[in-house]
Write a protein that binds this ligand. Structure first.
Ligand code: ZN
Ligand code: ZN
Length: 361
């Protein structure tokens, strides 16, 4: 990877060190969460351990022989330990006197390191805290992932026909992501038709689309490790029934009002409450069964979460979804979801595309 990217990752480690100086003074932090390692080093292999020292001289990256060339290319600025027993070998080389581990470390790995180096401190999620606010390189990757997602949704909508199986639509959408330049899908695509549209995370199956179905498609592309997330609801080969149009209108209004509330300084729970109140006004309060949104980045779900128990406030350059939904068991459901960036000038929607109840098929 180029020198500027290496500098960027070194800067991220320095920002982490500032948090460590307050929360973990004098300690090394052993980073084992792979998204955190990637964020701090640029290395994207599936086996990695990063030790972040109190000064940059203590930084050390570990992986195994499968990644010897990749790690040299992606993280040229870091000393690397190559060993199949990566965690142990990296810690032996780092020889910590006092150290902290991430809360996601497995119990087995915790026991292994405790036996050799003594009990570690379990750190708060410091790297996740940094990752909430995106830098320009991250925003560029998210923009690309979202624009591919929008283009793929538009292409798929033109191809949908009565009789198509849900699972066939999911696979076709993912094929379009690849054709348009994505490295992969961001998560298991959700395609729910008819009564299945009332299941928020329906796993697409053999059910075939019928005229008059609601059709919820929730999917995203992944670019450079960054995840897009978008949902649109359609009606299949018929004018929407009155109840379908009413539910859709309530969700669309909630989504629009909540989106306008994604501003720096806004309380996450207040934005969620805005969407909930709009849906409650339509008499559908009990049918909105999940949180309003979540951060996206190197993971499809990351901080900040936007829900009724969220504590934080929004900050500029957070990338978050806004996705209210209404689900009527046995009948159908509607969800509308965008990925947006919080800015001082108002929300910048990355998945800009029509949100109306379009007829497909
Ligand atoms: Zn989604
Ligand atoms: Zn989402």
């Amino acid at each position: 990877m180029s020198a500027p990217a290496a500098t960027l990752h070194a800067k991220r480690r320095d920002r982490l060190r500032e948090l460590m100086a307050i929360d973990l003074p004098g300690l090394m932090l052993v980073v084992t969460d792979l998204a955190n390692v990637r964020y701090l080093t640029g290395f994207s292999g599936s086996n990695a351990v990063l030790v972040v020292g109190p000064t940059s001289a203590g930084d050390l990256l570990g992986t195994d022989g499968r990644y010897r060339d990749q790690v040299a290319m992606q993280a040229p600025d870091l000393p690397v330990v190559i060993d199949r027993d990566t965690l142990i070998a990296t810690l032996v080389r780092a020889a910590p006197t006092a150290y902290a581990v991430e809360p996601s470390l497995t119990v087995g790995d915790f026991e292994s390191v405790r036996r050799i180096h003594g009990p570690p401190t379990v750190a708060a999620s410091l790297v996740e805290q940094l990752r909430r606010v995106k830098d320009p390189l991250e925003l560029a990757a998210l923009e690309r992932a979202c624009s591919i997602t929008v283009a793929a949704f538009a292409a798929l909508a033109g191809e949908i026909r009565v009789g198509d199986a849900e699972v066939a639509l999911a696979r076709r959408l993912e094929q379009l992501f690849g054709e348009l330049g994505a490295e992969d899908r961001a998560f298991d695509s959700i395609v729910g038709s008819g009564p299945h549209s009332a299941i928020p995370h329906h796993e697409p199956g053999a059910r075939r689309l019928a005229a008059g179905d609601l059709l919820v498609i929730d999917a995203g592309a992944r670019v450079d490790g960054y995840h897009a997330d978008m949902t649109r609801t359609f009606v299949v080969a018929a004018e929407p029934a009155a109840w379908q149009a009413e539910v859709h209108a309530a969700v669309a209004e909630a989504q629009q009002r909540a989106t306008a509330g994604y501003l720096p300084g806004a309380e996450a729970r207040a934005v969620h409450a805005l969407a909930r109140a709009t849906i409650a006004d339509a008499g559908l309060a009990d049918a909105f069964t999940h949180g309003l949104g979540h951060g996206v980045g190197l993971r499809i779900h990351e901080a900040p979460m936007i829900g009724e128990r969220s504590n934080g406030t929004l900050e500029a350059d957070m990338a978050i979804t806004v996705e209210p939904g209404v689900y009527l068991p046995g009948r159908g459901g509607v969800r509308i979801e965008d990925t947006l960036v919080v800015t001082d000038a108002g929300p910048r929607i990355l998945t800009e595309a029509p949100r109306g109840l379009a007829v497909v098929g």
